[in-house]
Design a protein around this ligand. Structure first.
Ligand code: BES
Ligand code: ZN
Length: 590
């Protein structure tokens, strides 16, 4: 059955892009990239070719010096513009010369003050889910893969990086030209580029860090264990096929915790905490090297195949790296967060099904715990049905069979039926995938650490708070869980004490600080306000900012503060984050 991707104009029967050669001049003052892109198709094409694009100013399109007639359709709000190459007349390659729009949704252009160093501008891309089309016209559907080469011209005080192999740099007056090659075929959403005042430090045989100079040493220490994680992940999934695993530490406005750009995970600076407590974030992005980057969801309706598998892997790696107790407590928290999201959508909502239908919707705004954690629970259920002795070899076969390919949910089920029939007999696959809410046989996790915390909560009801010396030494997962387990509203005096006990500061562990501020808002603890104001300015991750603002709209004393507070930090944030918060504020009528 032909795969239908409702978020792309590409018609795969017309021909598929296999390789792109890009010549990119980064013009920071004008906030645009001037690009010449040479495309190679899988076969000579007679007739039209439709590409996804968004906002580019095209100067010309030609094939071996013969002009190609083209037409750009009007922009649709979410999917952008269809670019029609009217007739390729048997050509197998063609060239497009264009500039990106200063509003290109894939790019964020930062002023020096928005960076760690404060001296130089910075630009970075975020293409997932459907922003690659605003960078260069392409078949922006996760089912299409291509390799690429690129030459990137930047002013010589900046360094360019890409999620590709760096080949070297040539100096040309006050400009530097960096060359890259991506030998492994990728879907467009994994195309990634950045430029800024960046340095590199090697931390292992195939791992290293790119960061602004002031962040480099701290980040190198924080992520020293990356090689060990690759080794663990290889045991679970098979060999790491992307050669290197480097990290790029971005400025604070990066809208995600991490983005699994192949060979070069893009990472929030909030992950550099000085205590290696954000290790699950790396486990997650690294795991995408297999689940997502090697085996890719065919459409955004199958997003759970990327994120559910990756969350499952993240939990398996966490078991080894952080131990069983912490891993299980994290599963309990994530189950809670999942239930909150299901509640928010409604238990009968189609968006609580693993296989979703996002036609006409912006996939960025549909990222919830459903694909991540309902997906993870489904895979855990399958694992429990047959035991790891059978499930682990299945994982290897799953990856090896589909590597460098894409898969629909239906393709996954077919593979499951064939390769793991015992699981299909025991688990109601149809309900798990196509029904809303949570199935009755949903795995439940227990943990001794969790029980200990429940005892603390009982003690709190009797008036006893944890001792400062002890609580400060808790794992951040314990702190986070304790704050979640407290009653929704507590006396202001207790908020004040907890702030001191846990040493809450806007720059502290994001998940702990977030839970505290949510509690402070619900409890009417007004002294937290300056901290919250600072926090919403320095944290760019929309997965935290959005629910915090939602919390503000749901509480009387903060409701009228939400809009002005957001407006004061809006210019600092990424358009993805701005859109997500805006969606929540408008939805709440503020
Ligand atoms: N690929 C996602 C980020 C993403 C999802 C970008 C959808 C665009 C659209 C990444 O792997 C991710 O899941 N990041 C999480 C962190 C993770 C530990 C749950 C995030 O940023 O919060
Ligand atoms: Zn992910």
């Amino acid at each position: 059955m032909a795969v239908v991707d409702s978020h792309s104009y590409a018609v795969l029967e017309q021909g598929q892009i296999k390789h792109v050669n890009l010549d990119i001049a980064v013009e920071l003052a004008a906030r645009l990239m001037r690009i010449r892109a040479d495309y190679q198709l899988d076969h000579p094409v007679d007739g039209p070719l439709h590409l996804d694009s968004s906002g580019q100013a095209i100067t010309k399109i030609y094939s071996r010096s013969h002009p190609i007639e083209w037409k750009m359709d009007a922009a649709e709000p979410i999917v952008g513009q269809r670019l029609r190459l009217m007739d390729l007349r048997g050509a197998q390659d063609f060239t497009i010369e264009f500039t990106t729009s200063p509003e290109a949704s894939a790019l964020q252009w930062l002023e020096p003050v928005q960076t760690a160093g404060g001296q130089h501008p910075f630009v970075y891309s975020q293409c997932q889910a459907i922003h690659a089309r605003s960078l260069f016209p392409c078949q922006d559907s996760p089912g299409v893969r291509f390799t690429y080469e690129a030459r990137v011209r930047v002013p010589n005080h900046l360094r360019a990086v890409m999620a590709a192999a760096p080949l070297g740099v040539e100096h040309e007056g006050d400009q530097d030209v960096y060359s890259f090659r991506m030998p492994q075929p990728i879907p467009a959403y994994l195309f990634a580029i950045a430029a800024g005042d960046l340095r590199f430090k090697e931390i292992g045989p195939r791992t290293g860090i790119y960061a602004e100079p002031s962040m480099l040493e701290a980040a190198a220490w924080e992520f020293e264990e990356n090689e060990r994680k690759i080794i663990e992940a290889e045991k679970l999934f098979g060999p790491y096929l992307w050669d290197r695993y480097d990290l790029l530490i971005l400025p604070p406005s990066f809208p995600y915790g991490g983005m699994e750009n192949p060979r070069l995970t893009f990472l929030t600076p909030t992950a550099v905490t000085g205590d290696r407590s954000t290790t699950t974030l790396i486990s997650h992005e690294l795991a995408h090297s297999w689940t997502g980057n090697l085996v890719t969801n065919a459409t955004w309706d199958d997003f759970w195949l990327n994120e559910g598998w990756t969350s499952y892997a993240e939990a398996r790696i966490s078991e080894i790296v952080e131990g069983d107790e912490i891993a299980r407590m994290t599963c309990i928290i994530n189950h809670d967060l999942l239930k909150e999201d299901i509640q928010e959508y409604g238990w009968e909502s189609p968006h609580t099904c693993l296989k979703d239908s996002l036609k006409g919707l912006n996939p960025d705004l549909m990222v919830s715990n459903v694909p991540y954690h309902k997906g993870r629970l489904f895979l855990t259920r399958l694992e429990q049905a047959v035991g790891r002795g059978a499930f682990d070899p299945f994982i290897h076969r799953y990856i090896a069979t589909h590597q460098f390919g894409s898969l629909t949910t239906e393709g996954f089920v077919e593979f499951l039926r064939k390769e793991l029939p015992a699981a299909v007999e025991k688990v109601d696959i149809e309900t798990w995938i196509y029904q809303p809410g949570l199935p009755a046989d949903c795995p439940v996790f227990t943990s001794k650490l969790y029980d200990d915390l429940m005892a603390r909560i009982a003690a709190y009801a009797g008036g006893v708070l944890p001792a400062r010396e002890e609580a400060r030494n808790w794992h951040y997962v314990q702190k986070r869980m304790f704050l979640r387990l407290l009653p929704a509203k507590i006396p202001v005096e207790d908020c004040r004490k907890l702030e001191e006990i846990f040493g809450i500061e806007p720059g502290g562990n994001l998940r702990v600080v977030y839970e505290f501020y949510r509690l402070a808002i619900r409890s009417g603890y007004k002294e937290a306000l300056p901290g919250i104001e600072e926090w919403v300015g320095r944290v760019g991750r929309h997965a935290f900012l959005t629910p915090l603002f939602r919390g503000m709209t749901e509480t009387d004393w903060t409701r009228r503060l939400a809009r002005p507070m957001f407006e004061s930090v809006r210019p600092r944030h990424h358009p993805i984050t701005v859109a997500a918060v805006e969606d929540v504020l408008k939805g709440a009528g503020v």
